[in-house]
Design a protein around this ligand. Sequence first.
Ligand code: NAD
Length: 253
Amino acid sequence: MSNSERVALVTGAARGIGAGIAAKLASLGHPVIVADVIEEREATAAAIRAAGGRARAIALDVAADAQVAALPALLGDWWDRLGIVVNNAGISPKGPDGRARKIREMPAEEWRQVLAVNLTGAFLVSQACIPPLRARRWGRIIMLTSQAARAKSQIAGAHYAAAKTGLMGFARSLATELGPDGITVNSIAPGRIDTPMARGAGAGVNEAFLAQVPMGRVGTPEDVAEVAAFLASDAAGYLTGATLDVGGGSFMP
Ligand code: NAD
């Protein structure tokens, strides 16, 4: 199968890391579905097409069961040729000072929303994608987890750390279940990457983090996209259930 026969669905692809991954996969010949809740998805897909790639923007809230269930009918033959699923959509709410709320101040509704998008959303999308991947006995599912799920975090909120840690457990279960079907499931745990989400942190947060990054710089969406492209390739065919830390050495197990 050539890459043009392997459609990639990237959630939260309008901007940031997701947009970087979508552009990279498109540059390798994959038709890419740019799925997001924000309008910027149209401009992101248009930029991919302007660069010579194939891309379709769709409105998708990964936490909305009915929207996820409607994907096969919405995407038609693109859905039948699905090969790569990148569960990238995520939120990391901050308080008015740009820092995550402490647990004692965290509204239960904020907790539920973070779990709904970052964890349940990845479950809903992954589950929906199983039939087309199984039918072709080839697939790649990639989760965007976080350094906040690898060690204690002084930046992310407790809901975010809990959701991303849960996502890694879900990825292991999914990798175990889908291995016999030729489908790999792996996670990327970025450190600090320069995106709108990371820029939303309070003053001094990113600078303090940078002080303990051996590579001496904040990461870019392209740094993450290169690793995602590898995980999506045939070259990574015997790699499953793994978590790759993409943080310039900021976390070393
Ligand atoms: P970002 O906020 O810049 O982009 C996230 C995208 O997800 C946005 O376009 C947003 O509209 C979309 N999104 C939000 N809720 C959605 C929903 N319910 N359905 C569909 N799309 C939705 O964030 P980013 O920094 O590019 O982060 C991408 C992923 O990487 C996230 O899962 C994030 O948790 C993870 N991550 C980021 C960093 C970092 O430093 N930037 C570090 C570790 C992990």
